[in-house]
Design a protein around this ligand. Structure first.
Ligand SMILES: NC(=O)c1ccc[n+]([C@@H]2O[C@H](COP(=O)([O-])OP(=O)(O)OC[C@H]3O[C@@H](n4cnc5c(N)ncnc54)[C@H](OP(=O)(O)O)[C@@H]3O)[C@@H](O)[C@H]2O)c1
Length: 190
């Protein structure tokens, strides 16, 4: 499904619901940093309204809509988990380098949407934990244009990142809902 289209989210989740009316773990890996002519902005001069909207649609609003439509599937008597890949670069407190306006701001907005959803879920779906994850720089097409400046030991394979994130998720309790974790389990500042 294209997560920028709410009708597709509703249809996709209805299809899942017809096969299974309870979900226990949903991991949302959707996001983008560059596509076509769009590259992360290095200066204010490069800001473009359509590009910024695209960042917010794909990286932020999509996850909020998923949280909206997943609620009935995650709300049941067992524990459930909704994890979304965010990025440390979306941390406002950790922003020392600047740049990458659209990606940074859209990940910060993603974190705020899901922190807010976590509070609503804690009233309506008491056994669900909603968490955001920073995977670390991982060797995917998303990071390829920026890998030159990354030391080899800090560029993770997809397999390593998956293992590390699954380990983090394994220790998440319902009370941890609304948290933002790095790949090593560290809690990141907003
Ligand atoms: N790689 C890194 O170093 C790194 C670092 C920090 C955070 N992250 C975050 O980790 C997540 C996964 O990134 P990745 O590295 O695995 O990049 P990726 O290989 O480019 O994967 C991104 C995924 O998002 C999907 N997607 C993009 N737009 C979509 C849309 N409108 N509707 C539905 N799916 C859509 C893509 O689907 P298609 O393949 O069908 O286009 C793809 O499966 C992203 O949120 C990214 O911001 C990655």
């Amino acid at each position: 499904m294209d997560l920028t289209d709410e009708a597709q989210i509703a249809t996709g989740l209805a299809q899942i619901q017809s096969a299974a009316n309870r979900l226990h773990c949903v991991i949302n890996c959707v996001g983008f940093l560059h596509e076509g002519d769009i590259m992360p902005e290095k200066s204010l001069q490069q800001l473009n309204s359509d590009t910024l909207l695209r960042y917010f649609q794909v990286n932020s609003i999509s996850a909020a809509l998923l949280a909206k439509h997943l609620l009935p599937l995650l709300n049941h008597s067992d524990r459930s988990l909704f994890a979304t890949l965010s990025a440390k670069i979306g941390s406002i407190g950790d922003n020392r380098l600047g740049g990458w306006y659209g990606y940074r701001a859209s990940k910060a907005a993603l974190n705020m949407f899901l922190k807010t959803a976590a509070i609503e879920y804690s009233r309506k779906s008491k056994k669900t934990a909603i968490v955001m994850l920073h995977p670390g720089t991982t060797d995917t097409q998303l990071s390829v244009p920026f890998q030159r400046s990354v030391p080899a030991e800090k560029l993770f394979s997809v397999e390593r990142t998956v293992r590390q994130l699954i380990d983090v998720l394994a220790s998440v309790e319902t009370a941890d809902t609304g948290s933002f974790y790095a790949w090593d389990g560290e809690r990141l500042p907003w």
